[in-house]
Design a protein around this ligand. Structure first.
Ligand code: M6R
Length: 615
């Protein structure tokens, strides 16, 4: 849950490290640090706070020269966010310097053993223990840094992406990975290291993503050499050409990444179905499904695992798969699934959904399902991510980088992919006629334009946000396909505005939450004309009778709800299974505006990080 970046070559490392950290700040932002080395002097600066604070501190201390640099942006696990616990960390001799993303689980026992051998520790971190373990191995075994790293890593339990160098070897960085991502950018006589490719995309398109349990010794002018940490076997680097471009990772004129990403949804959804949805030919073409069709068609059931927003997309998928393709589906929180000894058979298909492709719990659930013989299919956004590599097959969402911590376009593009899969399976199973299938394809094809229309309510939504910005609580209600949208709306509001919000199936309200309703309680109700419409209208009446304030999301031209609600937000009409792709848009905008009006950091809400690589 931290971001790491490194550079070794001929350029000044400082601007590369700082810019790289800014791009990785979505991974953690409670503290940051950097180290620079010019072959003579090492300069290390670190601070609690954002990369901007680090930059100010580094510049005030003139800590900005050197052709070797490492940087770290932190999401605290071991030790509170403060200057001392920030990375990089020195070893006791001051010779070794390390940055680390991950957790060393057995650090306490290693620390005790090191203390007995005379080591002292400044910070509360597991990382400082690791760098001293490497130093201890290096000294006692009289080996070079690379070997010391390898031996030390064989003694630790946990997850890591590390970069470490030795003051006595200014021409070398050693990197290693297990469980946390690590990409190496290959330039001309220079190398870049980072948690993802965004810090080096303007310098090189060539990158190697380390596999788990791989390490590399990086020296400018020398070819990159990979080794397996366990047995020292040589591994061959798979050099990939990156598709990412610089515009995609900048704000592009928007005030926040979240707003940019909300507005990108028409394009993102189109990119998701481009080349897959061929309405004129009455076809859905998806390599990952086509090549494994029998597995899906013969599956006993589909198990969907995910976390957070991706879990909500999984819930929408449950409705679509069962309703359209008549395949039984279970949706599981990855964090619960992995630890509850679930019954999994070889006839199960597991779909793992993850924007980042790095979520630790989802990754662990995949590994467990694979061990038990299930076929595992990934729906990821980040190309080359750990989950994308760990699954048997998969489909990328092609949403483009999502940097705002609150997921927006990831959600709608995940639903798009899952809808394509469900429609394809429904067709293959003969669950509906050619004309019905064609109707869905045409309707799905029209979604980007309808999202564009839904976005036009932005000003109205801003006005509604003004009315409710000081609320302490908010309830979100929906039924059927729009129940997961209610959950997602509530998650968006709480994570960026810190207002307590709950999502509920509308009919469940009378089993408890209705007790909360009074004239101070805003209730966002998704009341689209299709699917239990009259029943939702009754639920709205129940809220009105108790003086709750209704913000209703309805299809264009709705009259019945308009008469009852305090505020109406219209979205274009579509078929019921596709409605979440539209009804979620106003909820994203509502939380965005409320959070902004409350002075919250929309893109980097407190206590959160974009990729949750710890369990
Ligand atoms: O990268 P993933 O999709 O696996 O991430 C899962 C959750 O951590 C993520 O959706 C989180 O809930 C978001 N902050 C929600 O906006």
């Amino acid at each position: 849950m931290c971001g790491i970046v490194g550079y070794i070559g001929q350029r000044d490392a400082y601007p590369i490290i700082v810019k790289g950290l800014q791009r990785l700040e979505y991974r953690g932002y409670d503290s940051a640090g950097l180290v620079l080395y010019d072959g003579n002097d090492i300069c290390l600066t670190k601070t609690k706070g954002k990369v901007e604070d680090l930059k100010n501190k580094a510049e005030a201390a003139s800590c900005n020269t050197g052709q070797l640099g490492l940087g770290h942006t932190r999401w605290a696990t071991h030790g509170i966010p403060n200057d001392i616990n920030s990375h990089p960390h020195y070893s006791n001799s001051g010779d070794l310097v390390i940055i680390h993303n991950g957790i060393i689980e057995n650090y306490e026992s290693i620390k005790k053993a090191l203390i007995k051998r005379g080591y002292t520790f400044e910070s509360d971190t597991d990382t400082e223990v690791l760098v001293n373990l490497i130093e201890e191995v290096k000294n006692t075994e009289e080996v070079k840094l690379g070997q010391a790293v390898q031996i030390a890593l064989n003694q630790v339990v946990g997850a890591y992406a590390i970069a470490v160098f030795d003051r006595n070897k200014p021409n070398e960085i050693v990197v290693a990975k297990l469980g946390s991502p690590l990409a190496i950018g290959i330039g001309d006589n220079e190398y870049f290291v980072a948690s993802d490719a965004s810090p080096f995309i303007e310098f090189t398109n060539n990158a190697v993503y380390l596999e788990d349990e791989e390490m590399a010794i990086i020296r400018p002018g020398k070819e990159i050499k990979l080794r397996k940490i366990k047995d020292d076997a040589i591994a061959y680097p798979n050099i990939q050409e990156l598709q990412l471009n610089i515009e995609e990772i900048e704000k592009g004129g928007y005030d926040h990444f979240m707003l940019k990403e909300i507005y990108e949804q028409p394009r993102a959804i189109l990119d998701t179905y481009r080349g897959r949805l061929l309405a004129d030919q009455g076809l859905i073409r998806m390599a990952g499904i086509d090549q494994n069709l029998e597995k899906f068609l013969n599956a006993n059931r589909i198990i969907i695992v995910a976390c957070g927003t991706s879990w909500h997309a999984g819930l929408v998928a449950e409705y679509i798969f069962e309703d359209l393709a008549r395949i039984p589906v279970e949706v599981e929180y990855a964090s619960e699934f992995r630890y509850r000894n679930p019954v999994i058979t070889e006839n199960d298909v597991l779909i793992a959904i993850s924007q980042s492709g790095e979520t630790a719990d989802t990754l662990a659930a995949i590994k467990m399902a694979k061990e038990k013989g299930a076929f595992v299919f990934g729906v990821c956004n980040v190309v080359g991510s750990s989950i994308a590599r760990e699954t048997h097959a998969g489909a990328y969402t092609h949403a483009g980088p999502e940097i705002g911590v609150a997921s927006t376009k990831a959600f709608t593009t995940q639903i798009t992919i899952l809808t394509l899969i469900a429609l394809k399976l429904a067709k293959e199973k003969g669950a509906f006629s050619d004309s019905k299938f064609h109707e869905y394809l045409t309707e799905l094809e029209a979604i980007p334009e309808k999202v564009e229309t839904a976005l036009q309510s932005n000003v109205l939504i801003e006005q509604i946000a003004e009315v409710y910005k000081n609320s302490s609580n908010c309830l979100y209600l929906g039924r059927g396909y729009n129940f997961p949208v209610a959950l997602e709306g509530a998650l968006k509001l709480k994570e960026i505005s810190y207002i307590h919000a709950e999502g509920y199936p509308a009919a469940e309200m009378k089993h408890g939450p209705i007790a909360l309703i009074d004239d101070q309680m805003p209730v966002v109700v998704i009341a689209t004309k299709k699917g239990h419409y009259e029943k939702v209208v009754s639920n709205i009446q129940e809220i009105k009778s108790r003086h709750g304030k209704i913000i209703a999301v309805v299809f264009e031209g709705d009259e019945m709800v308009s008469e009852l609600a305090d505020h109406i937000i219209e979205v274009p009409e579509t078929s019921e299974p596709l409605s979440p792709l539209l009804t979620t848009i106003p909820l994203q905008l509502l939380s965005y505006h409320i959070a902004l009006m409350r002075g919250c950091n929309v893109d980097q809400p407190r206590n959160l990080a974009k990729s949750v690589t710890v369990e």
